[in-house]
Design a binder for this molecule. Structure first.
Ligand code: NG6
Ligand code: CA
Length: 509
């Protein structure tokens, strides 16, 4: 359904009084579970239109919650999205917030206001389980000693993470300050510069691989898969890709059970469906779409286990569950895993143009489901323009937390939109990929940029253009017609707005 149709529906709803009046929602203390999928596209789940793949557990959230259709990740890649999610600041304001190597230093300074920090102050037990990718330590991290600062220094009480990505070394879990299962007699060494002499790599020993790279990913071999970066040692601590989803889900469930008297905030950041896609044998081959589809089934099953845990402990009614993704979809992201060959008519990007890495809508327009039975009485669709960057301010407000003046500079309090009582949401939104764009109402302006138009490795249109682009998302949601030449005043207005947002240190009121 197009935005216009949604707006009509919303308008009719308004007239009919269907958007419930704003109830008292400040100072409540629901448990909060934020499920953050990786690289999952708008069209990858059945409640957003996927046909060949069925995601009954994720659909459960939609069936009794709100399905947002104009919700965005802050950026079209992982690190800047997660940075913005946790700090409430647009990542493009800060250097060094691009996709990080696995040995990068922590990019969120301890002491800064953060989303987990504000909830912790409100008495929440705060935990992160899954993908981190925001750096650890303060440079030259020693994986064999205490690893800090990290999540525990920026507001989490508990952390069970993978440092960066599934395709980046070191391929180990870190629990709080320590690598899990590390044998002190077999220390870990990591380098993003040069190989360790004598260690096989994907480039030198391709015959050792069970999954081959399509581009990049030809360095350290771990579990028969070559990665980005070099490592050696730590053999007992290495993860097994096929167990990762279960390992994370178990830890997430343990966190919920431990804190079931509440309130708790769980940031459950799955590795699925990022590369390398190596789902557990019980999902392998089940989607008919190769490992990418199987990883979606696995992700859905993990969501189901979390929801069952809430049910089992009587927590469902007063737990706010948010399900979303850190950026748009990519089919071939560097491994020959049959994702391209078996895609068929499945459209991971849904009705949008582009994908991961792209300034076109599919780069950041992601699934976004919100369920909270105590406050959201019925299923609905919302056309409100919202960003994950708004969760900081919104959840702080909801739980009665105060924002310091310098906190969360780009985060809007969208509590009314989050609970389905406001169909508008933000007044404007800046999207981030190689360039920036700004959305106001029906209009989207893309700032001129010199980058390539297409990333041939991943076969995604990036949306870069040396000329300004203007799209009418209402009549042209697929961004096919650049109408900049027809509406020069609109172009000037939005270019000026973007410039103003860039220059001022904050956008929130
Ligand atoms: C890219 C990787 C890609 C993925 C991405 C980060 C290559 C050739 N490609 O550089 O595979 O890891 O970084 O993805 O190395 S993200 O979801 O964490 O942003
Ligand atoms: Ca990602």
């Amino acid at each position: 359904m197009h935005r216009r149709a949604f707006l009509e529906q919303a308008g009719a709803g308004l007239l009919a009084g269907l958007w419930p009046a704003l109830a008292q929602t400040q100072g409540e203390r629901p448990n909060i579970v934020l499920i953050y999928a990786d690289d999952l596209g708008y069209g990858d789940v059945s409640c957003y239109g996927a046909r060949r793949i069925k995601t009954p557990n994720i659909d459960r959230l939609a069936a009794s919650g709100i399905r947002f259709v104009h919700a965005h990740s802050p950026a079209a890649t992982c690190t800047p999205s997660r940075y913005a999610l946790l700090t409430g600041e647009y990542a493009w304001r800060r250097k060094g917030t691009g996709v990080l190597p696995g040995d990068a230093a922590l990019i969120i300074e301890p002491g800064r206001p953060t989303l987990p920090g504000v909830l912790k102050r409100q008495g929440y037990a705060t935990g992160v389980v899954g993908k981190w990718h925001l750096g650890l330590g303060s440079g030259n991290v020693n994986w064999n000693a205490e690893i800090k600062p990290g999540p525990l220094e920026i507001g989490f009480d508990y952390a069970f993470i993978m440092p960066a990505t599934g395709d980046r070394v070191p391929c180990v879990y870190v629990e709080n300050h320590r690598v899990v299962n590390l044998d002190p007699n077999d220390p870990i060494e990591v380098s993003y510069e040069k190989p360790f002499p004598g260690e096989p790599t994907g480039r030198t020993h391709p015959h050792l691989l069970r999954m081959h790279p399509s581009h990049g990913h030809d360095m350290a071999i771990v579990n028969g898969i070559s990665r980005i970066g070099y490592m050696r040692g730590g053999k007992k601590a290495l993860w097994k890709d096929e167990e990762m989803a279960d390992v994370f889900t178990e830890k997430a469930i343990q966190f919920i059970e431990k804190h079931r008297s509440g309130p708790f905030f769980l940031y459950f950041a799955t590795h699925d469906i990022h590369v390398p896609r190596v789902p557990h044998p019980r999902f392998a081959g089940k989607s008919g779409m190769g490992p990418r589809g199987d990883a979606i089934l696995q992700l859905d099953s993990c969501v189901g286990r979390i929801l069952e845990t809430l049910d089992k402990h009587g927590l469902t009614r007063n737990t706010l569950v948010i399900f979303t993704s850190d950026n748009g979809p990519v089919v071939d992201d560097g491994y020959k895993d049959e994702a391209v060959e078996k895609l068929g008519d499945h459209k991971p990007w849904g009705p949008w143009r582009g994908g991961k890495y792209s300034i076109f809508e599919a780069g950041t327009r992601v699934p976004f489901l919100v369920r909270w039975p105590a406050r959201i009485e019925r299923r609905m669709d919302s056309p409100a323009l919202i960003s994950q960057i708004d969760l900081f301010h919104t959840l702080a407000f909801l739980t009665g937390g105060k924002l310091e003046d310098e906190a969360a500079p780009d985060s809007f309090n969208l509590i009314s939109a989050l609970l389905g009582r406001d169909p508008q949401g933000r007044p404007h939104l800046v999207e981030q990929a190689g360039t920036l764009s700004v959305i106001v109402g029906r209009w989207k302006y893309v700032a001129p940029s010199k980058g390539p138009k297409i990333n041939k490795n991943v076969n995604i249109e990036l949306g870069n253009d040396p000329e300004p682009q203007l799209y009418d998302l209402e009549t042209d949601p697929g961004e096919r017609n650049n109408v900049a030449a027809q509406f020069p005043d609109k172009v000037a207005e939005l270019a000026a707005l973007l410039e103003q947002i860039r220059r001022s240190p904050r956008t929130r009121p």
